[in-house]
Design a protein around this ligand. Sequence first.
Ligand code: ADP
Length: 226
Amino acid sequence: VAELEHLSYSITHDMRAPLRAIQSFGGILQEEAGHCLNEETQGYLTRMRTAANRMDALIRDVFNYSKLVREELALQPTDVSQLVRGIVETYPMFHPPKAQVEVDPNLPLVLGNEAALTQCFSNLIDNAVKFVKPGQTPKVRVSGELKDGFVRIYVTDNGIGIPKDLQSKIFGMFQRLSSSTEGTGVGLAIVRKATERMGGRVGLESESGQGSRFWIDLKPAPPPAS
Ligand code: ADP
């Protein structure tokens, strides 16, 4: 396992170094020689840099995914309300006027891994504010309940929704419903893998055009010893 871990780290590292060269020399070329190029050739340079950035994001996401598969996740009682509020505070794109994200203050404590939960909720809220109709202010609510022995946490949005026939697919690697956004299609695969590694499961309810409600089931924290 240590050998695999090392291999995966060095592949990632060695793949990113040449990419950095393409990104940075592409940038320098555009800055210093851009004025010598016509619109068409400028466009090629921009496309080359966009592709390099995309490859970089893919490598990073696949590495994060493989880390989740390999590493043991230690579980501890975690306050999801506090964790999610921390995430929302960190990212300006989750604040008004860009978006409204509301977090229930008293979500039941779960047995989870803080780093993995942070990845899950960052990805879910990021998607919830990203996939809205143009001009619409994203409204997101994070709520929860006890259900079938699990704590079910919902992330509900007012976005574009997801057609029924595609709902089972989008938790797969590289699955995106539209190629126009800059995402890699790995975010929800990470959410699923992380949740499964914590002993939980994921799902969603959505009608096309009516917003989506993603949920993750997590183990409840054991009652405190008295
Ligand atoms: P990414 O966001 O990087 O494209 P994800 O795995 O996070 O990849 O999501 C996969 C796809 O599922 C997205 O590209 C989008 O088409 C769809 N999707 C995810 N979340 C939502 C949402 N809240 N509302 C509508 N569509 C969504």
